[in-house]
Write a protein that binds this ligand. Structure first.
Ligand SMILES: *Cc1c(COP(=O)(O)O)cnc(C)c1O
Length: 396
């Protein structure tokens, strides 16, 4: 902000649109014209979406059974490399079911990052379990495996073949790494820890479909994984989700629980409390069409990230989005950091300036451990997550 002549908290949008500012932007653009408003993310619907959805309408296969549901599941499993896929109504429902099939029970604990969208923490509560919040590592902003290892080593003890948290007395059951912003977590380290302590790995891959960790697809790096096809995700079905796994029993159980735990398709026999969590054929039709273009979307996002990196890397006080050299990031939301001493108010001011120029921009998430529903939960040495939250800005 220093030297821009734009105070940290402009009261009116007009104050930020000084003539000099407009001239600068005109010069940068050259002959190109700036659209009036650049949104953070928009769905790309220019493939076979209309054709496949029309096919559903023409044939009356609009609801939760149909050939597009099967096709979407098979093709997504094929893309990720898992043996099974089960389509769900959204990514949150996928996480809820994944926790259940992974054996997470009421009063268990699940390790989850604090710097992420709130859905994974909420789904841990849906099954009656408790999140233990873990910090982000500063290099790639993902769940810090070292802090997980330290907690399990020093903060837990074995009893009757299970691992218990010394502070809360609860059983620690699973790790829920979230690959945030299109970048993979350090899954080799997380898998080593999970093996050593007998924990299940539930990947929240909702933001990172198409990303690769050391050449391996995100979503095929743990025991079970979830995707989201919400409107702002890399492919969209309006709303939708998917559970993927190599475990045949888990896949069957996920299918069963998402279809009201129906044990007889005619006689209404239900031996458990199930959920109505299946994706419709209409949505799956859109998903099949979107999936056809996924690699193109990934390539475009990577190209855009390259342009941003090139343009911003030499600006003082800006850290461009990092990518682990061995990985393929999708830059689902391209995010930069402002300078080290940036306050939340200053970051908010920068976002206001961008907004006033017609550029949508957003902060990173409030660390979940500081939100009211989670204030009572354990949080392990959180430092980098708060710093990233203060300094981060996601760009279109
Ligand atoms: C989008 C998202 C979800 C949930 O997906 P929905 O389809 O919106 O329910 C879960 N976790 C994370 C990290 C997300 O970004």
């Amino acid at each position: 902000l220093k030297g821009t002549g734009l105070g940290p908290t402009p009261s009116k949008p007009s104050e930020t649109q000084s003539p000099e500012r407009s001239l600068d932007i005109d010069a940068t653009l050259g002959d190109r014209t700036l659209p009036e408003f650049i949104p953070l993310a928009v769905p790309e619907i220019r493939g076979n979406e209309w054709r496949y959805i029309k096919e559903c309408l023409d044939t009356n296969w609009v609801s939760s059974v149909g050939s597009f549901v099967d096709r979407f599941e098979q093709e997504l499993a094929g893309y990720v490399g898992t043996r099974y896929a089960v389509a769900t109504v959204n990514g949150t429902a996928a996480l809820h079911i994944a926790l259940l099939v992974a054996g997470v029970e009421a009063d268990d604990e699940v390790l989850v990052p604090t710097l992420t969208f709130i859905a994974p923490a909420n789904t841990i509560r849906y099954v009656g379990a408790w999140p233990v919040f873990v910090d982000a590592e500063p290099d790639y902003w993902q769940l810090d495996p070292q802090k997980v290892a330290q907690f399990l080593e020093d903060g837990c003890r074995w009893r009757n073949g299970s691992l218990f948290n010394k502070t809360t007395g609860r059983r620690v059951k699973a790790i829920l790494p979230v690959h945030i912003l299109g970048h993979p977590c350090d899954m080799d380290a997380i898998a080593d820890i999970a093996r050593k302590y007998g924990l299940a790995i539930i990947e929240d891959a909702t933001e990172s479909l198409g990303a690769k960790y050391k050449g391996r697809m995100v979503g095929h790096l743990g025991d079970i994984a979830c995707f989201s096809f919400n409107g702002n995700k890399i492919i969209t079905t309006g709303g939708g989700g998917m559970i993927v796994t190599d475990n045949p029993e888990w896949a069957d159980r996920a299918r069963y629980l998402t279809t009201q735990a129906k044990d007889d398709s005619v006689e209404y026999i239900h031996n458990e409390v199930g959920f109505n969590y299946r994706l419709t054929n209409l949505q799956a039709a859109m998903g099949v069409a979107q999936l056809e273009r996924l690699e193109e979307f990934v390539a475009n996002k990577r190209a855009i990230a390259g342009v941003y990196n090139q343009a911003l890397k030499d600006l003082e006080g800006i850290t461009v989005m990092p990518t682990r050299p061995s990985d393929r990031a999708t830059h689902w939301l391209y995010t930069i950091l402002l300078g080290h001493d940036t306050t939340v108010q200053e970051r908010q001011a920068v976002i206001r300036i961008l907004n006033s120029l017609g550029i949508e921009a957003r902060p990173l998430w409030q660390p979940i451990h500081s939100l009211p529903p989670y204030l009572q939960c354990q949080a392990l040495q959180i430092e980098h997550s708060v710093d990233l939250y203060q300094r981060g800005i996601s760009l279109p």
